[in-house]
Design a protein around this ligand. Structure first.
Ligand code: UDP
Length: 362
């Protein structure tokens, strides 16, 4: 008999939902995390009464009623709807790509006019079977939108030519022939009232958690502690990088508190021109309709991951996917280790998919 049923490595969303379900099932669990706080990249710091998303903006959205009901039993969610603005050389456009965007760009007033414009540009491009993000984007929305709203942003975000970024990434974004600026197609969407820490604290309530503890600092002893490990860190690190290192994108944040209440009138403004060094500016109070006297903004810069910064996005191109496959083969043979989340599954998961995965498992 070992001391715990589960040792969960990583107190992010995957680990926290897992801990909650394990507790409900009567299991004894220990959660460890190398950072000094719980919540992984959902972690927020309260500054001037505003929940500041310290590791980038998170907006929960799902069409799965079970997932939505589940998270709402932990904390109530507000009615925030994400509708980012794009700033290209000082001109503003609505996102995702919809009738408002088409009108600002081309003056098209009806779906028919907009579709005609896109169809012309698609035809001129000659793309029939899109092989990468550039081709996929042009065939979805045409060359004008690609050049103004997609190319610069994508190349900054991924640090690669848009022709070297996989096509699936742009399929995340809706293209709509209605005047609807909702960034997501999902049925349910919102931000936890009181911030994401409430969600994580609720999930981990009643579970033993130790922060500031690195699994790799004492791996052999940690492995003896529990019958099953739930590992949510980087899978290549778990296997000592034996097949080589996987690539990740990292982020750098520049945060500023301003002495007036409203900087940009929206939570998210994307800067789609390649010449602006950051990808977006987040104004955190607008996620919760804040009315504080001050405001906190964060400029987000995308960088390549190196050993001493945080990995955020897996880079699911051909080469990295092949390396991952080798690690996955080892992972599939493990009897007492569960791999979950963006880093352990090397997959560009959204939050609702993480919750769904864990709920399915139980
Ligand atoms: N994207 C873009 N222009 C934008 C916003 C997004 O071209 O203004 C593309 C870009 O390739 C990006 C992808 O869409 O990597 C996904 O963007 P999203 O905002 O969904 O990503 P996340 O919030 O996860 O970083």
């Amino acid at each position: 008999m070992k001391e715990y049923d589960y040792l969960i490595i990583g107190a992010g969303l995957y680990g926290s939902v897992f801990a909650y379900k394990a507790k409900q099932a009567g299991k004894k669990t220990l959660v460890i995390d190398k950072r000094p706080h719980i919540g992984g990249n959902l972690y927020c710091e309260n500054i001037e009464g505003i929940n500041v998303h310290k590791y980038g903006a998170h907006i929960f959205h799902t069409s799965n009623k079970k997932v939505w009901d589940f998270v709402n039993t932990i904390v109530e969610f507000n009615r925030y709807t994400n509708s980012p603005i794009a700033n290209y050389k000082g001109k503003l456009f609505n996102l995702p790509f919809n009738m408002n965007t088409f009108y600002s760009l081309w003056g098209t007033k009806t779906p028919e006019e907009a579709m005609k414009k896109i169809e012309e540009q698609r035809k001129a491009s000659g793309i029939t079977d899109p092989q990468n993000l550039e081709e996929q984007a042009i065939s979805l929305v045409g060359k004008d939108i690609y050049e103004i709203l997609i190319k610069g942003y994508t190349e900054k975000q991924w640090g690669r030519k848009a022709t070297e970024v996989p096509a699936f990434i742009i399929k995340r974004l809706p293209v709509r022939f209605t005047f609807d600026n909702n960034y997501f197609n999902d049925l349910y969407q919102g931000i936890p009232i009181g911030g994401y820490n409430k969600l994580i604290e609720g999930l981990l309530e009643g579970t033993e958690v130790r922060t500031g503890i690195d699994f790799f600092s004492d791996r052999p002893n940690f492995e003896l502690l529990a019958d099953t490990l739930v590992y949510t860190g980087k899978i290549d690190e778990f296997y000592h990088y034996q097949f080589g290192k996987l690539a990740y994108r990292s982020l750098r944040f520049e945060e500023e508190t301003l002495d007036y209440p409203n900087y940009q009138g929206n939570a998210v403004v994307n800067y789609t021109d390649a010449k602006v060094p950051f990808t977006r500016i987040i104004e955190h109070k607008h996620f919760e309709f804040g009315t504080q006297d001050k405001t906190v903004i964060t400029r987000e810069y995308s960088t390549e991951w190196k050993d001493n910064n945080e990995p955020y996005y897996p880079i699911n191109d051909h080469d990295n996917n092949n390396v991952y496959k080798q690690y996955k083969e080892l992972a599939d043979k493990e009897k007492n280790v569960i791999f979950g989340g963006r880093l352990a599954e090397y997959k560009y998961y959204d939050m609702h998919q993480i919750v769904e995965e864990v709920l399915k498992r139980f």
